[in-house]
Design a protein around this ligand. Structure first.
Ligand SMILES: *[C@@H]1O[C@H](CO)[C@@H](O)[C@H](O)[C@H]1NC(C)=O
Ligand SMILES: *[C@@H]1O[C@H](CO)[C@@H](O)[C@H](O)[C@H]1NC(C)=O
Length: 169
């Protein structure tokens, strides 16, 4: 009989302990959910800054007039200090083909006097170059449109292109 009573008593204590812990557990669940949410927010920021978001418009959006002005606003293209970007290029090519530039055999200097190597596309891509004509503070920026065909030069990491360095006509 004695051992039985002892377990019953212990069970009672356990149940009480759990009740005391409940607010703490709830708090932990809330913190966990907040962290999860926060992480998702961060991920969205990262996705928003990808090359695809910044530079790829395929197939080219049907913007009858002022293509650059429209796209610069739609994609929120600006300098980190909220000034107008001087030049921006939109590439009208499948994201898959842009990703594969990282497998290109053409390795070139990223900039004129730099020693780091970038990858140049093996094919020319259709692009639109937007050059700032008026404005300093985003979103009051006005752009000139030049449709071109050119090679792109990109920096890559293990996942694919990270940055469009320049284009070569
Ligand atoms: C904003 O940033 C751009 C590019 O980094 C720079 O050229 C420009 O001078 C900066 N403008 C101001 C007002 O800080
Ligand atoms: C690199 O050099 C070429 C030709 O000399 C010039 O047209 C181009 O503007 C230069 N590019 C940069 C990023 O300085």
């Amino acid at each position: 009989m004695l051992p039985g009573r002892a377990t019953a008593k212990r069970k009672g204590i356990r149940a009480k302990d759990v009740k005391d812990l409940l607010p703490l557990m709830l708090l932990m669940v809330i913190i966990f959910l907040l962290l999860l949410f926060w992480e998702n927010e961060l991920n969205e920021d990262v996705v928003a800054m990808t090359i695809e978001h910044l530079h790829v418009d395929y197939p080219q959006s049907d913007v009858p007039v002022r293509y650059c002005n429209h796209m610069i606003l739609e994609r929120v293209i600006k300098e980190p200090n909220n000034t107008c970007k001087k030049e921006h290029v939109f590439i009208h090519e499948r994201p898959r083909n842009i990703n594969s530039v990282c497998n290109s055999r053409r390795k070139v200097a990223c900039q004129n006097h730099s020693t780091t190597l970038c990858f140049q596309s093996e094919n020319k891509f259709k692009m639109t170059v937007c050059k700032l004509t008026e404005g300093t503070r985003y979103p009051a920026c006005s752009y000139h449109i030049s449709p071109i065909e050119g090679f792109i030069v990109v920096t890559c990491d293990g996942m694919g292109p990270v940055k469009i360095q320049r284009y070569v006509e």
